[in-house]
Write a protein that binds this ligand. Sequence first.
Ligand SMILES: Nc1ncnc2c1ncn2[C@@H]1O[C@H](COP(=O)(O)OP(=O)(O)OP(=O)(O)O)[C@@H](O)[C@H]1O
Length: 271
Amino acid sequence: MTKAVVAKNVTKKFKLYAGQTDRLKDLVLPGNFGKEFYALRNVSFEAKQGDIIGLVGVNGSGKSTLSNIIAGIVPQTSGSIEINGETAIIDVSAGLNNKLTGRENIKLKCLMLGFTNKEIKKMEPEIIEFAELETFIDQPVKSYSKGMKSRLGFSINISINPDILIVDEALSVGDKAFAKKSLDKMKEFRDSGKTMFFVSHSSSQIKEFCNKALWLEFGETKAYGDMEDVMKEYDAFLKKYNKWSKKKRAAFREEGFKRQSLPEKELVTMS
Ligand SMILES: Nc1ncnc2c1ncn2[C@@H]1O[C@H](COP(=O)(O)OP(=O)(O)OP(=O)(O)O)[C@@H](O)[C@H]1O
């Protein structure tokens, strides 16, 4: 079967600065100011065409960073990622232009993807109807609520029918009815044999929806493979994690954060 995405040792480093002075020094002076921080480290996986992959992990584990790299929004620092096909990302901040109206945003996004004016005119009513924005579509997006923006972003990105769809917590905003409608639309997309990455804090959504899962912990791969195997392990971890005291959770995060700040050569393989 065709490979949709092949990631090899994908690593994303950010620089953390103690303050603005450090940031400026790092820009203009020789030497190294600020502290390197690994948002992702050596993440490798293969997704076949038609795979629906759930990205799981506690807050800050690197799910959004990986989503943005797969979508081509941010580059990785090292490692490689091969993407076979057109990607689109749906996330709560949706990448909409606030100064433009809803309708202009639809046009802009579709033009950027190479659709013709005729094709856009045909797609437009469907996008507006799905987003339930008929009355507001000619208002600037800056006047929209978070839920309205998220509905518009969802509707545009699913309608352009990409080969690979990345959905980052898109169902967490807005009302239940829209979440259900979106999930149904995503099922249609899945059943047409497309590839999808699905970030959700809801284990049950991942279980309902995905055939594979990638569990990230502090930017590293904790497990990847068959959804049932990975989710069994992840749910067992969550059960344990949720019972921990605040202090124990903070210590766990502190330990992880320390590890994410370690240079590659000092890293010992995670158990
Ligand atoms: N631009 C940035 N500069 C510095 N650090 C960043 C940047 N973007 C993300 N990070 C850090 O990288 C780590 C991974 O963040 P990311 O948002 O990918 O995690 P996540 O698993 O999606 O989290 P959540 O579930 O809370 O959305 C976090 O520690 C975050 O603070």
